[in-house]
Write a protein that binds this ligand. Structure first.
Ligand code: DCS
Length: 599
């Protein structure tokens, strides 16, 4: 009977007008009757008088013919029908009404005795998913993970197959993976928010500082429950905190209604690119080298990448003339530049823009009437604060005033970077400036399609923009933890750049910000030839060999884009202070051997 119920249920086709319009009730009645009809007919016609039997048979035939007027139905019901009346099935697939059917019923019209043919294949999937590339977690990392398994095995069996004991993941700016400690105050507040029992326990003040308890209570009063969806744009009190942070950073007003909280900056960037790209004739200007979130997302959404080169010789400087060249080049190819992406401080290049340069960029966008997308996730990672302090694009635009009135700017920030380094919590925000209300409503709609940014991430955003202040119990610890992380990052950046600059054929601009060094490696001709013979980009070939010889995982420059004929790699300087010296020595030893081998 259950099978019969399933079969009958699947006869109702949600795509069919007949089943979905006012006749629906009628159809379900027929279906209901048919269940019994079939049952009775199948059971035994002897129970019925011949005339009753004929009526029932007629009703059944009517229902079956009605079903066949639906343009589709399932293989299983088809099979039953075929058995009943040897009726040839229609050949389309149906959308099941009842999810049980998905589990229990074969969903296509193939003969189930033939091998299953997959409906989703590499050949028929969305092509831009296949062409999008994201090197930061690409081939090198997959290799590194395989080696990590080997190392596990080596450890268990007490053997020594490889000349190193661990993989050092320098491929990604993921500070806590490399043992950066979280800021205590942040985790205390989070713990209390996530566990209301703890917050309400009589002993809470014996374990947590008073300001962490007060902050958690305040947050929970506005959030309610971290397990519930918040508004699509984010929790109102957190939006206000972000606006207050921007105001005090820039000295200009910020409106909470222009802020969208997001699951990290990545989601915010993707949302804006989704809005800007209609087809290949829409172009997005991105720096070369760039962080591959941009190239991958532009590809995914079917737009065009318009690269502008940063000048390595001038410390990865950004020149207005190069912006002009890239813009004109696109226009000459029939592509409309829609937006300019600036990553400041830069990834992978680590350069920090000065205010004069930023004004040029803003004026350029204003003149060309293109949206400025300002990726400022590394705003706390500036190591040249004395000479080039971080200045936001929002401030530059506001300071320029009437001159750039109307400019559309979207700025991104994240909890993943800086001394916070809470990558796994997925918190971030974007601020809109000069975006029309109509477009803002569409951005809101996009946010609401995803329901809401995760609430735990929103709490971390609130903590990032509203850390403990002087006089509060946690302030001293907070400052100590923050400064220790920052000072150490700066030392590690210097150490790594100096070590790289000491290698034969390697030059590395001093990282002014962010978390990466991006050295240029001049590879011997024989190494380039061998790489090509192996079907690898020369810098990828170098990085693979580095990984296999030392366990250090870095990302080839080709994953970020680089001038033709130049080769680079990106490495973070996130390994701990104790570890970084060892990393430098291992890279140096490997490099010496590599150069000697291919000379
Ligand atoms: N923008 C830039 C410039 C980034 O470097 C990153 C992350 C993001 C945005 C997105 O960060 P969240 O989504 O975590 O907020 N950087 C990646 C990288 O190059 N290494 O680690 C992640």
């Amino acid at each position: 009977m259950t099978i019969l119920n399933h079969v009958i249920a699947t006869w109702r086709n949600p795509n069919c007008d007949f089943c979905n319009n006012s006749n629906r009730l009628f159809v379900s009645k027929i279906q209901f009757n048919c269940k019994f009809l079939i049952l009775f007919i199948l059971m035994n016609p002897i129970f019925f008088s011949f005339s009753n039997y004929l009526i029932m048979l007629f009703l059944l035939v009517y229902y079956i013919s009605r079903t066949l007027t639906c343009n589709t139905y399932l293989g299983r019901s088809t099979k039953l029908l075929s058995t009943l009346g040897n009726i040839k099935p229609n050949t389309q697939t149906t959308i099941p009404l009842n999810t049980n059917n998905i589990l229990n019923t074969k969903m296509d019209n193939q003969d189930i005795s033939t091998p299953y043919t997959k409906s989703l294949t590499l050949d028929n999937m969305c092509p831009t998913v296949k062409t999008a590339q994201y090197a930061v977690r690409g081939e090198l990392v997959i290799r590194a993970e395989n080696i990590a398994h080997l190392l596990e095995k080596q450890k268990k069996e007490g053997t020594k197959l490889l000349p190193f004991n661990e993989i050092v993941y320098c491929n990604i700016g993921n500070p806590q993976q490399l043992k950066q400690q979280p800021i205590s105050f942040f985790r205390q507040v989070l713990a209390l928010c996530e566990c209301p029992e703890l917050l309400n326990s009589a002993h809470v003040d014996k374990v947590f500082p008073a300001d962490a308890i007060a902050r958690a209570r305040e947050l929970m009063a506005s959030i309610g429950n971290t397990g519930a969806y918040s508004g699509s744009q984010g929790v109102a009190s957190v939006l206000k905190s972000v606006a207050a942070f921007i105001e005090s950073r820039d000295g200009h007003a910020a409106d909470p209604s222009n802020i969208f909280l997001t699951d990290g900056a990545s989601v915010a960037v993707q949302r804006m690119l989704r809005l800007l790209i209609r087809d290949r004739s829409d172009g997005i200007m991105i720096p070369i080298p760039q962080y591959p979130l941009y190239s991958a997302t532009i590809e995914l959404y079917g737009g065009s990448q318009l690269g502008y080169y940063l000048n390595e010789e001038s410390g990865w400087g950004l020149e207005a003339s190069e912006l002009e060249r890239s813009y004109n080049d696109a226009v000459s190819k029939g592509i409309t530049p829609r937006a300019l992406v600036i990553i400041n401080p830069g990834n992978p290049t680590g350069q920090t823009l000065d205010a004069a340069n930023m004004r040029e960029i803003v004026a350029f966008c204003h003149r060309k009437r293109i949206v400025l997308l300002a990726d400022e996730v590394y705003q706390e990672n500036v190591y040249v604060k004395e000479t080039k302090p971080f200045v936001s694009f929002k401030k530059v635009v506001m300071d320029m005033g009437k001159e750039v009135e109307g400019l559309e700017l979207v700025s991104f920030h994240s909890v993943s970077k800086g001394f916070v380094g809470e990558c796994g919590k997925r918190g971030g925000y974007m601020e809109l400036h000069g975006i029309t209300n109509e477009v803002k409503a569409e951005i809101y709609k996009l946010a609401s399609i995803g329901l809401c940014p995760n609430v735990t991430g929103q709490i971390v955003v609130d903590l990032m923009v509203r850390p403990p202040v002087a006089g509060e119990q946690s302030y001293d610890t907070y400052v100590k933890e923050r400064d220790t992380i920052f000072d150490s990052l700066k030392r590690r950046a210097n150490l790594l750049a100096a070590a790289l600059n000491g290698l034969e054929g390697v030059t590395c601009n001093q990282p002014e910000g962010a978390m990466y060094a991006f050295p240029q490696i001049r590879l011997p001709a024989r190494a380039i030839e061998e790489a090509k013979a192996n079907g690898k980009a020369p810098d990828a070939y170098y990085c693979i060999q580095l990984l296999e010889a030392t366990g250090i995982c870095v990302v080839p420059g080709s994953g970020f884009g680089q001038k033709d004929g130049t080769y680079h790699f990106r490495t973070t300087f996130l390994p701990s202070e104790q570890a970084i010296q060892g990393v430098c020595t291992r890279i140096a030893d490997f490099h010496k051997n590599f150069m000697a081998k291919y000379k």
